[in-house]
Design a protein around this ligand. Structure first.
Ligand code: NAD
Ligand code: ZN
Length: 364
């Protein structure tokens, strides 16, 4: 079973295919975009070892030279960008060619940015292989690299021409990477769809074993992201809702040095739990809502609190300082995504620092 979500962005519109066996159909689905029977695949060693042959089989007669980068967030920087762009130029990738990003969010962000700047922009296809990349980073056109000043500080909006989210490839994810990706799935229910949250409460424990449920969860998440991106492609307003839990998350990622002490999606889950605590403290939502969020995260075996992160963390004051450095801060006021209930998130700029400190201390 495969399903399609259309992302309606005028002349930048594209389809996201979600389902089983999509790698096998890659050639047929990509063919209409090709001016010659050749694509340029950029991936990383771990994903290549597991899935590159399957993609190449699916591409059939389409020639598919591949660049294998090192796995991990560290490649998403200037050096990785140089390596990718120079390889594409070595391979004589032309303005009319298609580049394929095969991998998780790291590869998607890096390769998407390389495609955005190569020859002033070449088209690219996302073949996301992590749950996080399938439900979030492969859709919406945000591409970026990290610099020594922080994450995602240099980038571009560059939409893919096609996204192939084959849920079969998620079978090879580690349980930890799968759970981390789930942090972004649950975020969609919490920010804008209470019914989806109920569905997740009932079904999410079976997602890792059941490809049909997985297809439904990925499709629904992608549809929600597509709806938001359609309303606000370049994040002037509503798109910020996708950052539910992320102000806390970014401070925690900075505090843990972007290391594997805390994966991004794990930070998102903790951030969502804390955003609901904060909303409850501010009298915006009921006291039951944060308890329900936490109960679900616990049922999924996920972190919910600062105390779940191994090792020492900075003080609540220091974490608050790290939030202030987040690039989503507008004019020095702390911008948060809070909620009036499950599925009812909104953006606000007036959150008293004292309440944030209280939430951080209670969670530590
Ligand atoms: N552009 C956006 O809108 C957006 C949104 C969210 C996150 N991001 C970015 O995404 C990145 C995180 O993405 P991620 O969590 O996918 O990280 P990742 O790409 O590093 O993948 C996580 C891990 O899973 C492995 N992996 C990927 N697919 C696999 C598979 N099928 N089987 C086995 N292992 C597999 C990778 O090798 C890696 O070890 C961050 O850089 C973040 O900034 C971007
Ligand atoms: Zn995220």
């Amino acid at each position: 079973m495969t399903e399609t979500v259309h992302v309606p962005l005028g002349d930048r519109a594209y389809d996201v295919h979600v389902g089983q066996g999509l790698m096998g159909q890659a050639g047929m689905l990509i063919q209409p975009f090709l001016r010659r029977p050749k694509v340029f695949v950029v991936t990383e060693r771990r994903v290549a070892g597991l899935h590159l042959d399957r993609l190449r089989d699916g591409l059939g007669k389409i020639d598919a030279p591949a660049l294998l980068l090192e796995p991990g967030e560290a490649i998403k920087g200037w050096a990785g960008l140089t390596q990718t762009v120079e390889w594409l130029l070595d391979q004589k990738c032309e303005r009319g060619d298609i580049v394929i990003a095969l991998g998780g969010g790291v590869i998607g962000d890096l390769v998407g940015f390389a495609a955005a700047i190569l020859r002033r922009g070449v088209r690219f296809v996302q073949v996301p292989t992590s749950l996080l990349a399938q439900v979030d980073s492969s859709v919406g056109g945000k591409t970026a690299i990290n610099t020594r000043h922080g994450k995602n500080l240099v980038g571009a909006f560059h939409q893919p021409v096609l996204v192939l989210a084959d849920v079969d490839v998620l079978d090879t994810l580690t349980p930890r990477d799968f759970r981390a990706g789930y942090g972004e799935v649950v975020k969609y229910g919490l920010l804008g769809d209470a019914e989806f949250f109920v569905w997740l409460e009932e079904n999410a424990v079976r997602l890792s074993d059941d490809p049909v449920l997985r297809t439904q969860a990925v499709r629904h998440s992608v549809q929600m992201k597509a709806d938001i991106v359609e309303r606000d492609e370049t994040e002037q307003g509503d798109r910020a809702l996708l950052n539910l839990g992320h102000t806390f998350c970014h401070a925690l990622e900075a505090a843990t040095g972007y290391s594997d002490r805390l994966l991004h999606g794990e930070g998102v889950a903790i951030g969502c739990a804390l955003a609901f605590e904060l909303s409850s403290r501010l009298g915006l939502c009921s006291q039951e809502d944060p308890s329900r969020v936490r109960a679900h995260l616990q049922a999924m075996g996920m972190s919910r609190d600062l105390s779940d992160i191994p090792g020492d963390l900075p003080s609540a004051e220091a974490l608050l300082g790290l939030m202030g450095q987040d690039k989503k801060v507008v004019d020095g006021t702390l911008r948060f995504i809070l909620a009036r209930g499950i599925g009812e998130a909104f953006v606000t700029a007036d959150v008293p620092a004292g309440e944030v400190l209280g939430v951080l201390r209670a969670s530590a």
